[in-house]
Design a protein around this ligand. Structure first.
Ligand SMILES: Nc1ncnc2c1ncn2[C@@H]1O[C@H](COP(=O)(O)OP(=O)(O)OP(=O)(O)O)[C@@H](O)[C@H]1O
Ligand SMILES: [Mg+2]
Length: 368
């Protein structure tokens, strides 16, 4: 996957700007608060429909403007892909792929794959199960339309089941729950089985990346913290039983207590929960290793690397780890943001340096 160019109009602090990216390392540099992360964010947004940091679309539109327009030209093994997105302050965002409007934002996924990492992604290791589910959902949805479909169906039925649980008439609830359960178990099983596969592939790759970055030999094990194992039929059966066993509790609390919407990822470093026992540096390296492992999974699945976006990651690593990271991403188109883009940071790796100041691309130079 390659992002060839990016165009921004009234996006965040950009009035109008065009970037063109090289195949290897692209470095967006400049002082704080100039628009480095904003440009990186736009790339990921075009690839996935998802902003890693905006909770509302209107935050993306330049202050004082009504609408933002962003687009990129990308290239995959199958040819050129043009993605255009319009974000209206008042309305839903709309997207065209190769000039054809798409109906649901989810259709974007799987066209141009991208992996995003910034210091905030530490929450993948440190914070709530929801953060880890989001990671799995975004990654798996990019890899598999079936997963995305199962997830959408699951969430819809789950919501209906939860509405039913709030119903006062217990007889109605008892009669109707089994109807939802069969459906919900079917989609839940698809989600669980794919997450299990994903995590068992991810685990050794992340361990290897972690060893390469840290130079150490700590063991890193990642697994699903759900307890559902086996093929789809077995998992569906297990979930169905668990749903039935949870009727009383579900009715009392007014929502569904079991299923993949409650699952988590277990991350163990040297056998201990990294969230609880890991040092700040270990947690950071684990989070980065997981993302690097994710890029490997994309590569083996699609026969090409995703676009890797590393926002503000270098400042958090010491010189040795920085070098190891740069060596590790060799061959992957990477967009890095950082305040210090001196040549010494990147060693022998050539890069395209783009200096950003106040929402404008001021200077471009090639460092070889
Ligand atoms: N919707 C918006 N309209 C106008 N300006 C915005 C909007 N959203 C964010 N900004 C501004 O964009 C500026 C640049 O943000 P960005 O996060 O890209 O900085 P950065 O170059 O990555 O800085 P740092 O080195 O601190 O990470 C900020 O000053 C912010 O106030
Ligand atoms: Mg930034």
């Amino acid at each position: 996957m390659l992002i060839k160019s990016l165009q921004l109009k009234n996006f965040r602090n950009y009035a109008e700007e065009t970037f063109s990216f090289d195949e290897g390392l692209n470095v967006l540099t400049g002082a704080n608060a100039q628009g480095k992360t904003n440009a990186a964010e736009a790339v990921f947004l075009l690839c996935t429909g998802y902003s890693p940091r905006a909770s509302k679309d209107l935050q993306l539109v330049k202050k004082g403007e009504e609408r933002a327009e962003i687009s990129c030209v990308a290239e995959s093994r199958y040819g050129r892909i043009d993605i255009e997105m319009v974000i209206n302050r008042a309305d839903k965002k709309s997207v065209k792929i190769n000039s054809t409007p798409i109906l649901r934002i989810g259709e974007l996924l799987g066209n141009v794959n991208s992996v995003f990492f910034n210091p905030g992604e530490l929450k993948l290791v440190k914070e709530t199960p929801e953060d880890r589910r989001r990671f799995m959902n975004i990654s798996l949805s990019q890899m598999s339309k079936n997963y995305l479909h199962a997830l959408n169906r699951y969430n819809k039925i789950l919501q209906q089941r939860n509405n039913l649980l709030k119903e006062r008439d217990r007889d109605t609830v008892y009669e109707t729950l089994p109807i939802w359960d069969a459906e919900i178990a079917k989609y839940a099983a698809k989600i669980v089985v794919r997450r299990n596969e994903f995590l068992s592939t991810l685990s050794p790759l992340a361990e290897e990346a972690h060893a390469a970055l840290s130079g150490g030999k700590e063991t890193l094990k990642i697994s699903a913290e759900s307890g559902w194992k086996g093929d789809e039929a077995e998992v569906a059966d297990g979930i169905l039983k668990a749903l039935k066993a949870s009727y009383e509790k579900d009715m009392r609390l007014g929502f569904t207590n079991v299923g993949p919407h409650r699952d988590d990822m277990k991350i163990l470093l040297n056998g201990e929960d990294v969230k609880v026992y890991g040092s700040q540096g270990q947690q950071r390296t684990v989070a980065l290793s997981i993302k690097l492992a994710e890029t490997q999974i994309f590569k083996s699945r699609f026969n090409e690397y995703p676009v890797l976006i590393l926002d503000d990651v270098l400042s958090e690593l010491d010189k040795v780890r920085r070098r190891r990271l740069i060596a590790r991403i060799n061959g992957i188109q990477t967009i890095i943001t950082c305040t210090n883009a001196e040549k010494s940071v990147f060693g022998d790796t050539p890069y395209k340096k783009m200096t950003i100041s106040d929402g404008k691309l001021k200077k471009i130079s090639l460092k070889v």
